[in-house]
Each structure stands twice: as structure tokens, then as C-alpha cells.
Design a protein around this ligand. Structure first.
Ligand code: 13P
Length: 249
């Protein structure tokens, strides 16, 4: 059985002081020994948040990283810095990075490989635009993203990673994908993993849904056979996040 993984993506929110306060507010709410809980936080918050979650079940992730080891890349964060700061996960290929920072699948594939080199678990995001959904090309598009982003990733590595399906039209809009839509795409992602690798790898990889997941709709989404967790934006900054971690089975 795959363990559920509920991750918050704080995006560009929370100063270091606010981050410590939020961790304290959520502390007693995110206790669920059956679920992996991750806070993916802005780079500047990683150190204080790692410190603040010590002794709890919460792990920390970065929201982004660069593909080089070190050097003259002003403003970028190296994977070794993330690891040394105590984070275990890294979000790769969020649609906001693809859209606003022109991150291509070729570049994201390098990031995925680099994350594994450093022992970080990638949370690789994929998702279609509204135009693509309306044109009926969602599944083809998602398969293409997954296949491109996982070039040269081994089966063992793929089995240990997380993929987040986030339809772009559902992010921050309050417009959640229906349970059927979310399950259909997560199932297709698992089938794609089986096609690239094998059935065992597909059984093992964890697939999250993200896009306006909240305290109200989480139970139904998380009940789906191919949805192994959530990547939560807005609701991860509120006590609601605790309700999602303690979803009702
Ligand atoms: P919202 O939960 O705010 O829609 O954001 C989803 C998301 O982008 C998580 O990565």
C-alpha cells in the first residue's frame, strides 16, 4: 500500500518570522502517523522551518533548485545547499515556473536527475491548460510531459519519487477538477510509468492531485485509487491544512 503524502506549497508567501509562526499554528493539527507531511517553502525559510519542525512528523522541501553544483549563478540555489539545510524534497516543474520562468521539459529533466544525484526526492509537477483540456489533448500532453521529464531516470529512482498532477486551470482559482477528472489523469500517469518502466514501479510511485484542494473536497479526492496525496497551495497556509492531513477515509 502506498503511504499518502500531503505537501504544502507555500509559493512566495511567508517571511522567516511568519514561517515560524505558521509552523507553530499547524503543529498540533498536522499529526497523522499514517501520512507523510511536507512543507515546501521559499528558500529563505528552509533553515528556520527545518528547525521549527524538529521532533515532529513533518519534512521540509524546497520549491525550486538549480541544475549546477555551485558557482557564478547569481540568485540560484544549489541542490547541496538544500540538502545541507535539512530539506528532503524539492518541487520541480511547477506550472508557475514553466509559465513565468520559461522552464522547459529539457531543463526540468536535468533538475530531476540532479535532485536524485543529491538524494532529494523530486515532486515533479505536470498539468494541462484550460485550452488543452477543451481541445481534448489533456492525456497526450501529460504523457509527453512525464516522458520528457523522466528521461534517463532509473526505475528505482522513479519508484521513490512523487508526481503532482496540477491542472493549471484549477490552481488558485477555487475551481477544483472533478474527482473523476483528477482520477482519470492520475491513472493515466500511473499507466505511463508502467509503460516507461514496469508495473512494480507504477505501483510504487506516488501521485498527488493539486489545484484548489481544500478541507471540503479533500476526502473525496483522496479516496480515489490513483490519488496518493495532495499538493496544496492556498489551504496550506491555514489551519485547513491540518484537516487535509487528517482527511476522512
Ligand atoms: P492552490 O491549492 O492554491 O490551488 O495551489 C495549488 C498548487 O499550485 C500547489 O502547487
Amino acid at each position: 500500500m502506498r503511504r499518502k503524502i500531503i505537501a504544502g506549497n507555500w509559493k512566495m508567501n511567508m517571511t522567516p518570522s511568519e514561517a515560524k509562526e505558521l509552523v507553530a499554528t499547524l503543529k498540533d493539527l498536522v499529526n497523522n502517523p499514517e501520512v507523510d507531511v511536507v512543507y515546501c517553502v521559499p528558500a529563505i525559510d528552509i533553515v528556520p522551518v527545518v528547525e521549527a519542525v524538529k521532533g515532529t512528523n513533518v519534512e521540509v522541501g524546497a520549491e525550486n533548485m538549480y541544475i549546477e553544483e555551485k558557482g557564478a549563478y547569481t540568485g540560484e540555489i544549489a541542490p547541496a545547499m538544500i540538502v545541507d539545510a535539512g530539506a528532503k524534497y524539492v518541487i520541480i516543474g511547477h506550472s508557475e515556473r514553466r509559465e513565468y520562468f520559461n522552464e522547459t521539459d529539457e531543463f526540468l529533466n536535468k533538475k530531476v536527475l540532479k535532485a536524485f544525484e543529491h538524494g532529494l526526492t523530486p515532486i515533479l509537477c505536470c498539468g494541462e491548460s484550460l485550452e488543452q483540456r477543451e481541445a481534448g489533448v489533456t492525456l497526450d500532453w501529460i504523457r509527453l510531459q512525464i516522458k520528457s521529464d523522466l528521461q534517463n531516470v532509473t526505475a528505482e529512482q522513479a519508484a521513490s519519487m512523487v508526481i503532482a498532477y496540477e491542472p493549471i486551470w484549477a490552481i488558485g482559482t477555487g475551481r477544483t477538477a472533478t474527482t473523476e477528472q483528477a482520477e482519470e489523469v492520475c491513472k493515466a500517469i500511473r499507466e505511463t510509468i508502467a509503460e516507461i518502466y514496469d508495473a512494480a514501479t507504477a505501483e510504487s510511485i506516488r501521485i498527488q492531485y493539486g489545484g484548489s484542494m481544500n478541507a471540503k473536497n479533500c476526502d473525496e479526492l483522496l479516496a480515489q485509487p490513483n490519488i496518493d496525496g495532495g499538493l496544496i497551495g492556498g489551504a496550506s497556509l491555514k489551519p485547513d491544512f491540518g484537516r487535509i492531513v487528517n482527511y476522512q477515509k
